[in-house]
Design a protein around this ligand. Structure first.
Ligand SMILES: [Cu+2]
Length: 146
């Protein structure tokens, strides 16, 4: 009795694991798009996909901005500054991310997971309250949301 559902669950797990993609975002002192950047700074991924944040230059991290990720999503924060940080995104929606030491220099990124735009207005509101380069770059990134 137990064997079949378990086998099915395992197969389903394998199937979804096989479909999940891994993406990479570099964290750079100087990239093609400017100083202190995530490249790419906007990425549209599917639920279950993993994004590996790679501090190609040292001294960068990745963290989610309070209230600017989907309601049920786990907070994101690099365990160790300067170490690659894999994040598996399961909750659909828009994620606003920063490099904590370089937020003021506009080192920000937007990840869109799946097709839900339920929290798009919340994120847009949060960005409207910012100033300077973070606001400028976030605004441009949010325009890329599909
Ligand atoms: Cu940084």
């Amino acid at each position: 009795m137990l064997k079949t559902p378990l086998a099915a669950a395992l197969l389903l797990g394998l199937a979804s694991a096989a479909q999940a993609d891994t993406h990479q975002i570099s964290m750079l002192d100087m990239g093609e798009t400017g100083h202190m950047v995530f490249e790419p700074a906007y990425l549209h991924v599917q639920p279950g996909d993993t994004v590996v944040f790679v501090p190609t230059d040292p001294g960068h991290n990745v963290a989610s901005l309070e209230g600017l990720i989907p309601e049920n999503a786990d907070l994101i924060e690099s365990a160790i500054m300067g170490e690659p940080m894999p994040v598996t995104f399961t909750e659909e929606g828009i994620y606003a991310l920063e490099c904590t030491p370089h937020f003021g220099m506009g080192m920000v990124a937007v990840i869109q997971v799946g097709d839900s735009k339920d929290n798009l207005e919340t994120v847009a509101d949060g960005i409207r309250k910012m100033r300077g380069l973070p606001k400028q770059r976030f605004t441009a990134l949010l325009e890329q949301v599909e």
